[in-house]
Ligand binder design. Structure first.
Ligand code: SF4
Ligand code: SF4
Ligand code: SF4
Length: 252
């Protein structure tokens, strides 16, 4: 029986999510026994005409990206957005807050007309996305869970509650109590609260929970001496598009 054909594609990104996959060590070898990797630019030259699962890293930020992602969508049965750039536009979307001509001039100088640019968009803004693996970078255990579920024909279970839940389950000392800011109360779990587990604050890299309790989060941050304006500023690092579209914190 032939193995499922899996492909990886990168769009506007740092390619850190794809690199993270190559760090799976033992799991990577097991994965290779179960699937046929037919495209993966970071690791091989092969090309294929169609795929069972396409993992997409990076945001859509140029007319060429739009054409390419439509082409991949036509060729694949399942499309998975891999990492926060692909899921929400991620850190790339910080540019969406700035005048586009200024951004192009800053990046490309007088050659800016050679590089047409669009606002950094999530993949789902252009084509149907079947599943999303969040985080900057994506979490390897979550990636493996999604891949295993898809290979077994099951729907992956993706978490939609706050990082604080995972953090409390690990019995971490809350960094707010140490005077740090933290976006754990409004950010989607799935990373095992890795940053607070190492004494760092959550920067919200997995995007907001879908039923975000803005008032509760703001009150909690205020109780620890932080303002709503500070929360908006910090949220923008990874969540500019979500702030614009799903959270009433979009006021600039
Ligand atoms: S989500 Fe983060 S690690 Fe992944 S490609 Fe984007 S910037 Fe890089
Ligand atoms: S450290 Fe952050 S994630 Fe952990 S409980 Fe405190 S606010 Fe929540
Ligand atoms: S704790 Fe927050 S910043 Fe750290 S990986 Fe998890 S969601 Fe991202």
């Amino acid at each position: 029986m032939s193995k499922p054909k899996v492909a990886f594609f990168d769009f506007t990104s740092c390619e850190g999510c794809q690199l993270n996959k190559l760090n799976f060590e033992n799991d990577l070898l097991d994965m290779l026994k179960l699937v046929d990797i037919v495209e993966f630019r970071e690791a091989m030259d092969n090309r294929a005409d169609e795929y069972d699962i396409a993992f997409i890293e990076g945001s859509i930020s140029s007319p060429t990206c739009v054409e390419r992602i439509h082409d991949i969508r036509r060729r694949t049965k399942i499309l998975v957005a891999l990492g926060q750039c692909a899921v929400s536009g991620g850190i790339n979307a910080m540019k969406n807050d700035q005048p586009s001509e200024w951004v192009r001039e800053t990046v490309y100088g007088e050659d800016k007309y050679l590089f047409p640019s669009l606002p950094a968009m999530p993949v789902s803004a252009v084509v149907k996305v079947d599943y999303e693996i969040r985080g900057c970078p994506m979490s390897p255990p979550e990636y493996l869970h999604v891949l295993k579920s898809l290979l077994l024909g099951r729907k992956p279970e993706l978490k939609d509650y706050a990082v604080c839940v995972e953090c409390k389950l690990k019995e971490n000392e809350c960094v707010l109590d140490k005077g740090m800011f933290c976006l754990g109360p409004v950010t989607r779990a799935g990373c095992e609260a890795i940053c607070p587990s190492f004494g760092q604050y959550c920067t919200g890299c997995r995007g907001p929970v879908s039923d975000l309790n803005k008032d509760g989060a703001v009150n909690m941050l205020k109780a620890h001496g932080f303002s709503e304006a500070e929360a908006i500023k910090r949220m923008k690092m990874f969540n500019t598009n979500d702030l614009e579209k799903t959270i009433s914190w979009g006021a600039k």
